[in-house]
Each structure stands twice: as structure tokens, then as C-alpha cells.
Design a protein around this ligand. Structure first.
Ligand code: AMP
Length: 394
């Protein structure tokens, strides 16, 4: 696939639709907990601002169910953007009833447009062509830096760029950097290559496991994922989160790993609690008793995983190894982040949770690349055609 890069476009005084991924993590009170995605979008915005201030920024935030939900408003993101860019943001809530083409012309210096959460309109996730036509009103160029959304066939990432001819659309700095790092990981892997997979849902990550089994040497499994694996092996997992009906998936993972001599590592001790909120934790070695849940990998597992990581030359990490949001269950995830940071290997981490954990451990600068898109990175590495990239090809 080849794309125009932003530097190829003549943007002087032109109007630009900038699809970014400003889908920042929020806490229960709706406060932004990590601004990585905002910060990583700044370079492209600043670049465009050198040529024009007729900029319309758009993003999704969270998964609102049907229509506007105050907690998913992009207004707070707009304030942060305004503060970081030192520019005024014209925040537009209903751009379907009143498209922004008139407003673009009235922007004047030092003022750009931010559209309210695209997913407040059901037409966005339906990849609706009419919605895309509305977004395109008064726009000369489409630029995407929304790596975290390119695996979605949604209107602002698929139907909208499809409307623009090759010479009128491009990728920005972040999207270029993401693709370069993931291409490097996929095409020039140095052995031993270790995949660290955590998080909750096996079915979300099976594709990557099966795809990268061809090129990886070790798979370290953590998070709730691990309990689905352990149950399949006949271990007692107590009340731990476990995905039902995953036997066939696991069978193919184990069969493929065996055929290709890939080692799959599973936790053999666990930090357990009776609920996610529990602070009365205990370490369970081997089997987990009834009523207890495995919520983090235990100290012995951390040591085993560390040894594998320290002798790796390439590492890809997706998903936390425990319920890292809770201090009682974050040691495993932090230890993995710190260990990867200690090595000189080519290291890529993807996914909002892994990135938040890396920031928490304070080791972001030690990773070769931190991807802003978990799902997108997984699907890209699986070799899938991503709708948001297909729509940008020239
Ligand atoms: P994912 O989106 O699949 O990467 O899953 C991330 C979520 O998995 C995080 O919110 C973690 O709290 C959660 N998680 C990780 N380990 C466990 C576990 N052992 N039990 C329950 N949830 C977990």
C-alpha cells in the first residue's frame, strides 16, 4: 500500500479535515487520565498550522451507545488541545444540522475547529456516505493521523477519505511513524522474538497469536487471558475471568505453537483476590481455590517472564498482565514494562492499557515504539486490510 505523505500536499490557505485519534482514557469521573494520544497528534496539527488555519479536527471518544452522552464529550479534550497549541478552539456540537463550511471561512487567525465526538452520530459507525458528504462540505484536503481508528469501517475514516482523489488526501506524521515501526517489527524481526499478550479477551487476540506464531519464539501470556489458557489445560482457576467456548481457538494456538517450536509460557503463581476491589490479596501457587480470582501474575511468574524478556531481541507487547488499574494488582504489569525498558531489544507496545502502564512505570522513552492503537496494531500485524488505510491508498 502506498500513501501520500502530508509534506506532499500544497496546503497554503486550504481547508483541511484532520481525522485524529483523541480517544483518551477517562476515569470514573470522566477526567482524562492519559494525554498521550493528544500529545502524539500535535506535530501534524502544528505542521498544518504553518500553512493554514482552516482546520477541522475530528475524533471519536469512547463508545457512546446511542447519541450524545456528556461523559464522552470531546470538550475537555478541546480545552487540553487549546492549552497545548496556544490556540483558540471553536467547538462545534451539531455539524449535521449546521455543517461547518461557513464557519471555516470565518476562522481568522489562531482559531481552529474541533467537532464534537463523531460517535454521537450513529451514521459514523454505520459508515454512512451521506454523513461523510456532510463532513466533506467546504473541505479541500483530508489528512489522517488516526492510527487507533484505521481498523474501523467508520464514516470519518473510510467513506470520507474515499471521496477525496489521491492528490487531496494524505497521512500525517503519527500515522507514518506507526506504520514504519510495525512494518519493521513484521518484516525484519530479530530472534528471539517474544510476544507478551495480556488483557481480557482471548478471541480479540487470537488472530495476532496465530499470525505471529510463524515469526515469534516465545509467547508470554498474562491477564485474564491466562485463565482461559490454564482452564483449557485442566488447571483449577477458581473464580478467575475466563472466556467461554474458547477450546477450539486454544487448540489451534497450541497445535501451531508445537508445530513451529514456539514456547508458550503461562503463569504458575498468581496474586488473587475475592473481587477486583479486594485489598486482602493472597499469592496462590498453582491451582486457584474456589471463590478466589487470579488478578495479577505472581512473583515467581514475574521472574520467569523477566528471564525470557532479558534474552529477547524483539518484543511486542499488548495488554496488561493483571488488573493494573488497581494498585494491588499492577506489580506484574509494571515489572514487565520495566524489564522491557531494561533491554536493548527492538520493543513495540500497543494498546491504551499497555501504554498507560508504561507511562505509570515512567519508562516510555525506553521503548522503540509505543503504538497509539492497540486493535489497529494487532490487525495490521495480522496482515488484515484496514478500511481506514485502504481508503487512503493512492
Ligand atoms: P484488553 O482490552 O483485552 O487488553 O483488556 C484490558 C483489561 O483487562 C484491563 O481493564 C484489565 O483490568 C483487565 N484484566 C487484566 N488482567 C485481568 C484479570 N486477571 N482479571 C480480570 N481482568 C483483567
Amino acid at each position: 500500500m502506498s500513501f501520500n505523505f502530508i509534506e506532499k500536499l500544497d496546503l497554503a490557505n486550504k481547508s483541511v479535515f484532520l481525522r485524529l485519534d483523541l480517544n483518551v482514557p477517562l476515569d470514573e469521573a470522566g477526567e482524562i487520565t492519559d494525554i498521550t494520544r493528544i500529545e502524539r497528534s500535535l506535530r501534524t496539527i502544528q505542521y498544518v498550522l504553518q500553512f493554514t488555519n482552516k482546520i477541522v479536527i475530528a475524533s471519536h471518544l469512547g463508545r457512546p451507545k446511542s447519541g450524545p452522552e456528556a461523559k464522552y464529550s470531546l470538550e475537555a479534550v478541546g480545552s487540553k488541545l487549546s492549552e497545548l497549541l496556544k490556540i483558540e478552539i471553536a467547538f462545534v456540537k451539531d455539524y449535521v444540522k449546521a455543517p461547518v463550511d461557513q464557519l471555516i471561512q470565518q476562522l481568522g487567525k489562531n482559531r481552529i475547529i474541533l467537532l464534537e465526538n463523531l460517535r454521537f452520530f450513529p451514521q459514523e459507525t454505520a459508515n454512512d456516505k451521506g454523513f461523510a458528504a456532510t463532513l466533506a462540505k467546504g473541505i479541500d484536503y483530508y489528512i489522517s493521523d488516526a492510527f487507533g481508528a484505521v481498523h474501523r469501517a467508520h464514516a470519518s475514516v473510510a467513506a470520507l477519505p474515499e471521496r477525496f482523489p489521491s492528490q487531496k488526501k494524505a497521512i500525517g506524521f503519527l500515522l507514518r511513524e506507526e506504520l514504519k515501526a510495525l512494518d519493521q517489527l513484521r518484516d525484519t524481526v530479530q530472534a528471539p522474538f517474544t510476544l507478551v499478550i495480556g488483557g481480557a479477551k482471548v478471541s480479540d487476540k487470537v488472530g495476532i497469536l496465530l499470525n505471529l506464531i510463524d515469526s515469534c519464539n516465545n509467547i508470554l501470556v498474562g491477564g485474564a487471558m491466562a485463565y482461559t489458557f490454564l482452564k483449557y489445560q485442566g488447571k483449577a482457576i477458581g473464580n478467575s475471568l475466563c472466556e467461554p467456548n474458547a477450546e477450539r481457538l486454544l487448540q489451534s494456538i497450541f497445535n501451531n505453537a508445537k508445530a513451529r517450536k514456539v514456547s508458550i509460557y503461562l503463569p504458575d503463581d498468581h496474586i488473587c483476590g475475592k473481587s477486583l476491589e479486594d485489598t486482602q490479596t493472597r499469592i496462590c501457587e498453582g491451582d486457584i481455590p474456589d471463590a478466589w480470582m487470579g488478578l495479577d501474575i505472581g512473583p515467581r511468574t514475574i521472574e520467569r517472564y523477566k528471564n525470557v524478556l532479558l534474552s529477547s531481541k524483539t518484543v511486542f507487547w499488548n495488554g496488561p498482565l493483571g488488573v493494573f488499574e488497581r494498585p494491588a494488582f499492577r506489580q506484574g504489569t509494571l515489572a514487565i514494562a520495566r524489564t522491557i525498558a531494561e533491554t536493548d531489544c527492538f520493543s513495540v507496545a500497543g494498546g491504551g492499557d499497555s501504554v498507560a502502564a508504561i507511562n505509570l512505570a515512567g519508562v516510555a522513552d525506553r521503548f522503540s515504539h509505543i503504538s497509539t492503537g492497540g486493535g489497529a496494531a494487532l490487525e495490521y500485524l495480522e496482515g488484515k486490510t484496514l478500511p481506514g488505510l485502504k481508503a487512503l491508498t493512492i
